[in-house]
Structure formats: structure tokens, C-alpha cells
Design a protein. Structure first.
Length: 253
């Protein structure tokens, strides 16, 4: 009787029997790595970070001063939690992982849920809350039935977190567009990482220009244009009004 031979193992490779300790270790590492990817994949989603930042918002009910102050406090809490989650998600990632994170949600995520905002829409919401804090709440800091210092602190924190959210929102937008279609050329031969996109976003957010980065596509130019307009409004109107009100309050007291 002729017995069939087992399939030959390609040269340079050793068959893994699953019995030896080194084979078991290799198998364990593979399963552990796969499990880790599955666990982390939900964390990459923009919707997950936004929704995880919602439950702590209810702590705003402990803040005195009425609905307006509580609304600003709710934004402060949401923005701080969201920024921390986003930072821990993006920091230390390889460029290829950053692209995967940027493409993880897809466009259906934003179309299917009214609770989740696109990064650009989140940046617009940040500008709205900063405007609400400076134009409406700060001038009436003494009229909310609580400490004016508390009101000004909540408003100042709203301005700071709004500015940070504005930049981070466009960082994610730039990352997603770059991962999908390109549109930005950075100096040097290295693949751009998180620091490069932070540098680009903060440059647009502070100088309204792209510095030494070249924008090569219309879609990316549209995002840069929107970012520049929001940054101009934020830096010239909101920051100026906030600084003026805080300075006048300190001088008056």
C-alpha cells in the first residue's frame, strides 16, 4: 500500500506542530496580537471617542449658575474628555496606524447617527461654544447668582478647550483626507506622522498659512480654507473679547 506523503515545507520555513513550547508561544502571541487589534479597533472610531465623552457631561449639573453656565461647563467636560481620549488614541502611532485610525469609521458612521459629528463639525461646535462664552456669559458674570470668578473660569476653560478642539478636529480631518486621496506634501522623504499634522494644523490655526507644507488638491484646500476662516474669527474676535472682559473685571475688582 502506498501512503501519501505530507505536503513539503517550503525551504527556509519550519513546520509548526503546535506541540513544542516555542510553537505554542508563537501561537499564543498570534492570538494575543489578534485579540489586541480587535479590542483596540473600536477605540479608533471617532464615534466611540465622542460617545465616551458624553456620560461625564452630567457632572455639569453640580455647577451653580443656571443653564447657561451649566451648558458651558458641560462643553468643558466633554471637550477635556474627548481631547484626552483622542490624544491617547493618536500618540506614538506609526504613520500607517494613523491612516488606519483616520479611515476606521468611514462616512456611514456620520450619516447614520445624529449624535456623532464629523471632525469639522466638532470644530465648528467648539467655535460656537467659545463665542457663547465670550459674547453672552462673560459680560454677565455678576448676574448668574453665583461667584463671578466661577463663571469666568468656566468661560475661560470653554475658550481654551474650544481652541484645542478646533485644531484637533482639523488634524483628524486632514489625516482622513490625506489617507483617502493625499493632498498634502510635507518637506523631506519620511512619511508624515502625528507631529507633522499637528504642525500643519497649528500653523493654519495661528498664522492662517500653510508655512512650508504644500497643499496639492482642491478638497484639502477647502478644508484649509474653512480652518483658516474659523481660526481668524476665533483669534481676532473671541480671544480679543475674552481678554478684554477678563482684564476689565480684574481692574474693576
Amino acid at each position: 500500500m502506498i501512503r501519501a506523503r505530507p505536503p513539503a515545507v517550503p525551504a527556509g520555513r519550519r513546520a509548526c506542530c503546535g506541540q513544542r513550547p516555542e510553537c505554542a508561544g508563537r501561537r499564543g502571541r498570534t492570538r494575543q496580537g489578534s485579540t489586541r487589534v480587535l479590542i483596540m479597533r473600536w477605540w479608533y472610531r471617532e464615534s466611540s471617542r465622542q460617545l465616551l465623552a458624553v456620560p461625564p457631561v452630567f457632572l455639569c449639573l453640580l455647577v451653580p449658575g443656571g443653564r447657561l453656565v451649566q451648558s458651558l461647563a458641560a462643553w468643558d467636560i466633554f471637550a477635556v474628555v474627548y481631547l484626552l481620549l483622542t490624544w491617547f488614541t493618536l500618540r506614538g502611532r506609526e504613520p500607517s496606524t494613523l491612516r488606519a485610525i483616520a479611515l476606521a469609521p468611514g462616512r456611514r458612521e456620520f450619516r447614520g447617527s445624529g449624535l456623532v459629528l464629523k471632525p469639522e463639525q466638532l470644530a465648528q461646535s467648539a467655535a460656537f461654544f467659545a463665542l457663547l462664552a465670550t459674547v453672552w456669559a462673560m459680560p454677565q458674570a455678576r448676574d448668574f447668582g453665583t461667584s463671578p470668578i466661577l463663571v469666568l473660569t468656566v468661560c475661560a476653560l470653554a475658550v481654551v478647550t474650544s481652541w484645542l478642539t478646533l485644531q484637533i478636529g482639523f488634524v483628524i480631518a486632514y489625516l482622513r483626507t490625506y489617507a483617502e486621496t493625499g493632498g498634502i506634501t510635507f518637506p523631506g522623504d519620511d512619511e508624515p506622522g502625528l507631529v507633522d499634522f499637528l504642525y500643519f494644523a497649528v500653523s493654519v490655526g495661528t498664522t492662517f498659512g500653510t508655512t512650508d507644507v504644500t497643499v496639492t488638491q482642491s478638497r484639502m484646500r477647502g478644508q484649509v480654507l474653512a480652518h483658516g476662516i474659523f481660526a481668524f474669527i476665533f483669534n481676532t474676535l473671541i480671544l480679543a473679547v475674552a481678554i478684554t472682559i477678563v482684564t476689565s473685571y480684574i481692574a474693576g475688582s
